[in-house]
Design a protein around this ligand. Structure first.
Ligand code: CP
Ligand code: NVA
Length: 313
């Protein structure tokens, strides 16, 4: 379907080259158009995907499960208490067993090493459905959404405001790979991991993207084409949620920010949203907001990823 992708893993955005990301986005757009026109596909007929969840989910679970059904396959939801990853048995043994029974594994985990270990031992493609370090499927859907609304990625001026977290990391890699300029704006002390800053800036040398980090939101947002945010405290950081509110207060998407962004700027949020924190409700409902197109695109983008990794040639 996409040369060279069959049988591969998608654990990090960096697992795909620029051309592979662009081809996956084009495939997602085609599958979306065809789906809306009533055309069905059975690219994954007879295939089963195991979905491991250590954390809650709405979009990731529903989009992968629905996507698998729409492609003629079947998905099994494994809740945190079903397999008690790392407690009832080792990640290695779970990977080997699932690899013997299923065609594809998707996992939402705490430690990034867990999804890396699944990929090492499973023998079937493993997809990262979010780890503490990255959220690569989200970023493919986000890049698809930006491509659809702005007609391009390379050369756009994007900012991300909030916590330098898993979503920020994957967005940095995705922007670097596709030539999109990105400034990640955080309160002091909440910057992305230095490793991701360094690696994304290295990747960006090949594509002309400028990847920067700043603590100054209003300055960074001047003329921005794309403005992105995520929750201030991620899953697993609930105990910090209260203390973070004061530190992140000046990093909200609101009317004040709208005034400095480009007049045609689009606003993205991976959801779930905490209205009144990282974005105010009113701003999330302006014509700038594409957050529900973005959520819908999880379905189309992940169908494209699954087809690329697992469909018969
Ligand atoms: N954006 C996202 O991954 O949403 P869920 O946590 O609901 O899956
Ligand atoms: N950074 C958030 C993303 C949720 C989709 C989290 O990890 O909870």
């Amino acid at each position: 379907m996409i040369p060279g992708l069959k049988g591969r893993n998608f654990v990090s955005v960096t697992d795909f080259s620029r051309s592979e990301i662009e081809q996956v986005i084009q495939l997602a757009i085609r599958l979306k158009t065809e789906f809306k026109a009533g055309k069905t596909h059975s690219y994954l007929a007879g295939q089963t995907m195991a979905m491991i969840f250590q954390k809650p989910s709405l979009r990731t679970r529903v989009s992968f499960e629905t996507g698998m059904t729409q492609l003629g396959g079947h998905a099994i939801y494994l809740a945190p208490t079903d397999i008690s990853l790392g407690q009832r048995e080792t990640t290695e043994d779970i990977a080997v067993v699932l690899g013997r029974m299923t065609n594809l594994i998707m996992a939402r985990v705490f430690g990034h090493n867990i999804v890396q270990d699944l990929a090492r031992y499973a023998g079937v493609p493993v997809i990262n459905g979010l780890s503490d370090f990255e959220h690569p499927c989200q970023i493919i859907a986000d890049l698809q959404t930006i491509q659809e609304h702005k007609g391009r990625l390379a050369g756009l001026h994007a900012i991300y405001t909030g916590d330098g977290n898993n979503v920020a990391h994957s967005l940095m890699y995705g922007a670097a790979r596709t030539g999109m300029h990105l400034t990640v704006v955080t309160p002091p002390g909440f910057e992305p991991t230095p490793k991701v800053i360094k690696e994304s800036q290295e990747i960006a040398r090949d594509t002309g993207a400028r990847i920067n980090v700043s603590n100054d939101l209003l300055k960074s947002a001047q003329g921005a084409d794309v403005v992105y945010t995520d929750v201030w405290a991620s899953m697993g950081q609930e105990s910090e949620a209260q203390s973070r509110k004061a530190k992140f207060r000046d990093y909200q998407i609101n009317a004040k920010l709208l005034a400095v962004m480009d007049s045609h700027a689009i606003i993205l949020h991976c959801l779930p949203a905490h209205y009144g924190e990282e974005i105010d409700y009113e701003t999330s409902r302006t014509p700038h907001s594409v957050i529900f197109d973005q959520a819908e695109n999880r379905l189309h983008a992940q169908k494209a990823i699954m087809v690329a990794l697992a469909a018969p040639a």
